[in-house]
Design a protein around this ligand. Sequence first.
Ligand code: NDP
Ligand code: 2IT
Length: 446
Amino acid sequence: MLDYVQNVLEEVKAKNPSEPEFHQAVEEVAESLDIVFQRHPEYVSADILRRMVEPERVIMFRVPWMDDQGDVHVNRGFRIEMNSAIGPYKGGLRFHPSVNLGILKFLAFEQVFKNSLTTLPMGGGKGGSDFDPKGKSDNEVMRFSQSFMTELSRHVGPNTDVPAGDIGVGAREIGYLFGQYKRIRNEFTGVLTGKGINWGGSLIRPEATGFGCVYFAEEMLKTRNTSFDGKVVAVSGFGNVAWGAVQKVNELGGKVVTLSGPDGFVYDPDGITGEKVDYMLKLRASNKDAVEDYAKEFKVEFHPGKKPWGIKVDVALPCATQNEIYPEDAKELLKNGCMAICEGANMPTTLEAYHIIDEAGILYAPGKASNAGGVATSGLEMSQNSMRLPWSREEVDNRLHEIMIRIHETCLTTSERFGTPGNYVNGANIAGFLKVADAMLDQGLV
Ligand code: NDP
Ligand code: 2IT
């Protein structure tokens, strides 16, 4: 590795202690970019990497709220405005007790490359809070969301920063956040995406991340002259992304046999179809953050405390959260003949596990490419808001599908151009980087 890249990496670790997820995300990108810096010293002289690992702005704030009993709680709110070289900051909000500065910086960093890959004009950002939605009433979630937006409203706007959902933030939360923004600013604008369909939302946005992930996987399978038809698929998670992915796999003739939650995973060898897919929405809305109820409802196996990667499948779609595939999980998947891993979640595979998978030569797509359908459809929602014209379901789905096909092609052509054909990680990191880096060069010392 070039001294330049090594130095930036060491500096990132020294300057941002206790942020292991951020270090991991930067390291993965830096590994891919080494070859770019060797071929293009102009990026080194402009010190582009050191500039890209420093957020343009970090906002951290107090979020006081009152529960149904009248007790006061204080959570921490964040918005990381990472990079605005190619458009307004764009990225989700995560409400989960594990949220901290390092996790949101990793997500914001990934978002910069992902948004660049979508071909749409969106910079990268991410935010959220360590608020735990588990067991909270609708009114508590509303009061929390209103308090969160009271501060956030000073920093966001349709041409500045446009948040959306992520773990723990779905249509309900976006509604409360949007309502509060509108009251404070007296403006009805596209300040958030993932809005309800009657007030500026886009058709297909709820399904988009999962659909996009499966469209991407379908393209990968085509490179090996095969398709989803008859394939057995493991999905982790049970939330928004998993729900979209399960539907699209079914549509393409595959069979999803697992879902997971923090409590364990369910194994349903008959396949998750029909009413079982609808039940996923109930699970998520229950605010219990557990999948065991699915096993009880449909009388299938529940494996407490385990992840689904030991089940024999053809394709794995990790759709839960970061770092859920460790080296031992990767080895299990490979041993059982898994031929493709396509990430719906952000950074679900550890760096060590990725190296094992890469060595084995199976198909592997990093989330920043394969889950870009969510934010791409957010970009389409922004376009519709600007035009004040909604598109049909078919129109949005066709555009999403086209975008995923294009991202897939870009990953392949870029990885080939830089000497590692078939490596989607290098393809995604390099292609995402080049567009943002060139924009930064064009804009002077930003
Ligand atoms: P949801 O809130 O809809 O789903 C909740 C998910 O969170 C469950 O599947 C659950 O799976 C997971 N979760 C539970 N416990 C934890 C924990 N301790 N830490 C973190 N996560 C936990 O989330 P989404 O489906 O929206 O997000 C799933 C993944 O997809 C995330 O990585 C997200 O960043 C990514 N993503 C989401 C997009 C979107 O538009 N919503 C777009 C692109 C990526 P489990 O218990 O197995 O961890
Ligand atoms: O990780 C992601 O890409 C998202 N959570 C979606 C972001 C968005 O702005 O739609």
